[in-house]
Structure formats: structure tokens, C-alpha cells
Ligand binder design. Structure first.
Ligand SMILES: C[S@@+](CC[C@H](N)C(=O)[O-])C[C@H]1O[C@@H](n2cnc3c(N)ncnc32)[C@H](O)[C@@H]1O
Length: 249
């Protein structure tokens, strides 16, 4: 395993006990639920989904609540331990999303939330996702995109690491923030078609409360009409072939 991947794994092992207090409480819960809803738009319901970098299982739990079930894969044993406690219907594996221990054409959908920026070889992850999807299967990836906010992050993360702050995501992990055309090209080169790239999230959970509420109200408008102000990038695509039975939302 590469040094950087080990570092990401160690980091998430270390913060697993505080992860849900950030993303499953108060503003963080709205923030994460919004990303999950956007990822789920157009995805099959009731099928078998694979969540890459599944963390503590927040997205898979939302998918289970809609009648589906899934498989979560993550580098961090501690994140997976919590995911197993949260999700009764799904299975979990510890591993690197660049090499999937699953059979060809075994999933109706692949999702990945807030994890793709860590991946060293996105081409390998996408090739593997394509392989394990059934014909007609769908992929949806939501990750921090390249924008004003993310330009300053590497410096902040390096400082946080020097200060030994135990804060989720705060460390020098060589994260990569993608632009729209890069995501489009990556998916196209991996064989996906019907690719749609959009932007997601304006209400950042670090905003003070009145501002956060205001940002939530205008979020749909920003995402549609002023997408450069939204900071997550959402990439969707379809594997060629006829889909199986699960219906779309
Ligand atoms: C910010 S958390 C997001 C967790 C979850 N997707 C969610 O929405 O709450 C990022 C997760 O990605 C995982 N991760 C990063 N790189 C990975 C890789 N190459 N393979 C598998 N998991 C990875 C980390 O261990 C961590 O749990």
C-alpha cells in the first residue's frame, strides 16, 4: 500500500469516533442528506449498490431506507466498524477502491460520496466500477470540485497537520480537486455514456447558523443558475446495455 493511502487510512481510523458528530448532526446532517439526495437522483431503487469510500455508512443507510441494499468498501477499518453498526442490510469490506474484490456485472449502481478526491488512480477506480456494474448500471460520484474554496485547502490542511489537529479531513493527503471537463473525460475514457456533470452544495456546514439557513434556501438556485458557486462536483454516467429490473426514482 502506498504511503499516502496508508496515511488516509490512518487518518480515518483516528477520526472515526467523531465522524458522525460532524456529518450526522445539526448542519452536517442536512449537508450530507442533500448530497445523498443528489447522488440518488436517477439511480435505481431497490437494487444492489456499491458505495466506494463508504465511511460510516451514512449513504448506504439512506439507500436501505429506500428499500435497497448494498455493499460498502472503505480503507478504514474503524469507519467500516461503525458502518456495520449503522446498516443492517448491507455488507462491508475493507479495501482500496482502485482494486475491487467483486465479480463482474454484480451491481446495479456504484456511488461514491466525498471520497474521490483522495483516490490516487481515478482511472483504476472507474475501470473497476465499470467492470462490476451490470449492463445499464449507473455510477454517481460526488466530490469536492476545483473552485475558489478548494484552492486554499491544501495550505490549510498542511497547517492543520503541523498543528496536529484532530479534525476530519484535515491533513496533507495530496487530494485532487477536479474540474468539469476532467470528470467528463475520466468517465468517458472508462467507457461510460450519458455522462452528466453538475454542481452540488452551497450551504457549507461550517457557515454560522443564520447564514447556513439562508444558503440552504438559495442552494437549488445556485446549483442550477450559478453553478460556479457550488463547491461539490457531481458526475453521473451509464454503462452500455439494457438495465435490469430496479426502477428509477
Ligand atoms: C470524507 S469520508 C466520506 C465517507 C462517506 N462516503 C460519507 O459520505 O460519509 C472519505 C472516506 O473515503 C475513504 N477513502 C479514501 N480513499 C479511499 C480509497 N482509495 N479506497 C477506499 N476508501 C477510501 C476514507 O477512508 C474515508 O472513510
Amino acid at each position: 500500500m502506498s504511503v499516502v493511502i496508508e496515511k488516509v487510512q490512518q487518518h480515518y481510523d483516528d477520526v472515526a469516533d467523531i465522524y458522525d458528530s460532524r456529518y450526522d448532526r445539526n448542519k452536517g446532517r442536512f449537508y450530507h442528506a442533500h448530497i445523498s439526495e443528489r447522488v440518488l437522483e436517477g439511480m435505481p431503487h431497490g437494487g444492489r449498490i456499491l458505495d466506494l469510500g463508504c465511511g460510516t455508512g451514512l449513504f448506504l443507510k439512506a439507500y436501505e431506507d429506500l428499500g435497497g441494499y448494498g455493499v460498502g468498501l472503505d480503507l478504514s477499518r474503524e469507519m467500516i466498524r461503525r458502518a456495520r453498526m449503522r446498516c443492517g442490510e448491507s455488507e462491508f469490506f475493507i479495501g482500496n477502491a482502485e482494486v475491487l474484490p467483486f465479480a463482474d456485472e454484480s451491481f446495479d449502481a456504484v456511488a461514491s460520496l466525498m471520497a474521490f478526491s483522495y483516490v490516487r488512480r481515478p482511472d483504476l477506480l472507474l475501470a473497476e466500477a465499470y467492470r462490476v456494474l451490470k449492463p445499464g448500471g449507473r455510477i454517481a460520484i460526488c466530490t469536492l470540485g476545483r473552485n475558489l474554496l478548494t484552492t486554499g485547502l491544501p495550505a490549510i490542511y498542511t497547517m492543520a497537520e503541523l498543528m496536529r489537529l484532530k479534525k476530519i479531513g484535515m491533513g496533507d493527503f495530496g487530494e485532487y480537486y477536479y474540474g468539469r471537463s476532467e470528470m467528463q473525460d475520466l468517465l468517458a475514457r472508462s467507457g461510460f455514456s450519458s455522462i452528466r456533470i453538475s454542481k452540488c452544495s452551497f450551504a457549507h456546514l461550517n457557515l454560522a447558523d443564520p447564514l447556513f439557513q439562508l444558503a440552504r434556501k438559495v442552494e437549488p438556485f445556485i446549483e442550477e443558475r450559478v453553478p460556479r458557486l457550488a463547491y461539490n462536483i457531481l458526475a453521473k454516467g451509464v454503462k452500455a446495455g439494457s438495465p435490469g429490473s430496479p426502477h428509477e426514482k
